[in-house]
Design a protein around this ligand. Structure first.
Ligand code: NAD
Length: 451
């Protein structure tokens, strides 16, 4: 544990030298990071295949390409974001000027999950570097190959007193949490999010928590059936359902259910073939423990499609379960696998009530052609973010801050949001010394006194 302490002390010394506050230094390091990822691209793709059987296309699209886009965006805008912002000053403060200085926190801890093991460690890192911080990353122990490549990439590119990777499991994470970091950025489950926040409370360290939850997908009776089927199947079974913003369950208008499920069956066959167990590009479940937990859900409700599994290779077919009720085990917690339970509603008020009786979700999707329906859902349910007539896509826009609310998290990042979560806004009022207004002082006359 001693080495984490000395690592952090080294980072604090490095930060204190003010080097990371120089914007051209930050830009240079971000470009270096991009170059290093390009050099390691083949190794990363191989590691993601070993850890999760991610296909090359999916690995590039959801782990690597998205990171290049994020770096490009941040590099383009950083000079502007990092400038002190002049803001208005009220008339009562006559003579003074007001500015907000974005200031890096210092040394930040990034704890990442296994489902997008590269992207979810590096996307926060980009924000941390852009804002001028030093960082320690703790990637997931469940994807050891990717964590190892990430660790080598960082070691080859940066001094450890600036950016460092610490590999390890829960004990490592807990040992790091005992150190006095200046900010903690955690991505993972709601249960562990609570542990992180409790640990951070001891040192009053600010936290950003990117958590999970059961994200509903509401399909109204007027939805474009074919498009809804395609976009839901894609968002749900991407990464074998191991996506924090995957539609967790389908809440479909009862008149629409049969035709939608029929269309989704066709789409699943189109996307993954007759036998997904034989599809070499379909992502595997991360571990036997996760596989067993998911397999237990397969006896809930009635099977519409899928349901076959192969424990030796940790594959579960894209599966849809019908006739599900809120009391079924599959509806208790976030599923985080390729199983889609189906519930129905009679009117939009009923759908809203069902969602609102659960913790606030990370994402919500609504499929409808009618603006009034779309707006009613947005206005009556609190959730992190989402899409109208699509799934998952909101996550890849740098203009949309991404994060949860309530049990699904606190704080948001991506694009400017990434710079903001790793910056403290230091407010400065610069007062004139040319004159003084003594009104505020006790026992002084109400006169404008020339100094
Ligand atoms: P997890 O909470 O089990 O683990 C996340 C990280 O925390 C890992 O690095 C792990 O080593 C560490 N950790 C685990 N237990 C710990 C403990 N007791 N004390 C300290 N550290 C601990 O999550 P996971 O299984 O890796 O990921 C799946 C979860 O993450 C899902 O709930 C998913 O929705 C969520 N998630 C959220 C987002 C988001 O952006 N909001 C993205 C991906 C995943």
């Amino acid at each position: 544990m001693e080495n984490y302490h000395s690592l952090l002390l080294k980072q604090k010394d490095y930060f204190a030298a003010n080097k990371t506050k120089d914007v051209s230094f930050r830009l240079h390091q971000l470009k270096k990071l991009k170059k290093a990822i390009q050099n390691y691209e083949a190794e990363l793709i191989k590691a993601l295949k070993t850890d999760l059987n991610k296909s090359k296309t999916e690995a590039y699209m959801t782990e690597i390409g998205i990171i290049y886009e994020e770096i490009n965006f941040v590099v383009k805008h950083l000079k502007d974001w990092a400038k002190p912002k002049t803001v208005k000053t009220p008339i009562t403060h006559v003579g003074s000027k007001s500015k907000i200085y974005p200031e890096p926190y210092g040394s930040v801890l990034v704890i990442a999950p296994w489902n997008y093991p590269f992207q979810l460690a590096v996307a926060p890192l980009i924000g941390a570097m852009a804002a001028g911080n030093c960082a320690v990353m703790k990637p997931s122990e469940l994807t050891p190959e990717t964590s190892r490549v990430l660790s080598r990439l960082v070691q080859d590119t940066f001094d450890e007193e600036y950016i460092s990777v610490v590999e390890g499991a829960v004990e490592t994470s807990q040992a790091l949490l005992k150190e006095d970091f200046d900010k903690i950025f955690f991505t993972g489950s709601t249960a562990v999010g609570k542990i992180i926040m409790e640990a951070a409370a001891k040192t009053l360290t600010p936290v950003t928590l990117e958590l999970g939850g059961k994200s509903p997908c509401i399909v109204h009776k007027d939805a474009n059936l074919e498009l809804a089927a395609k976009r839901i199947v894609w968002g749900k079974f991407l990464n074998a359902g191991q996506t924090c913003v995957a539609p967790d369950y389908l809440l479909v208008h009862h008149e629409m259910k049969e035709s939608l499920l029929e269309q989704m069956k066709i789409t699943i066959r189109e996307f993954y073939g007759e036998n997904a167990l034989q599809n070499e590009n379909f992502t595997h479940i991360v571990s036997e423990r996760h596989f067993d937990r998911l397999s237990n859900f397969l006896s809930d409700g009635n099977l519409v499609v899928g349901g076959k599994t192969e424990r030796s290779s940790l594959i579960i077919e894209p599966t849809i379960l019908d006739n599900i009720s809120w009391d079924d085990p599959v509806m208790e917690d976030e599923i985080f696998g390729p199983i889609l339970p189906v519930l129905t509603y009679k009117n939009v008020g009923d759908a809203i009530e069902q969602v609102n009786s659960r913790p606030k979700p990370l994402a919500l999707y609504v499929f409808s052609e009618e603006e009034e329906i779309q707006q009613t859902v947005i206005d009556h349910i609190s959730f992190g973010g989402g899409c109208i007539n699509d799934t998952v896509y909101h996550l890849s826009s740098p203009y949309l801050p991404f994060g949860g609310v309530g049990a699904s998290g606190m704080g948001a990042y991506h694009g400017k949001g990434s710079f903001d979560v790793f910056s403290h806004e230091k407010s400065i009022l610069k007062q004139t010394t040319r004159f003084d207004i003594p009104l505020r002082y006790p026992n002084t006359k109400n006169a404008l006194k020339k100094l």
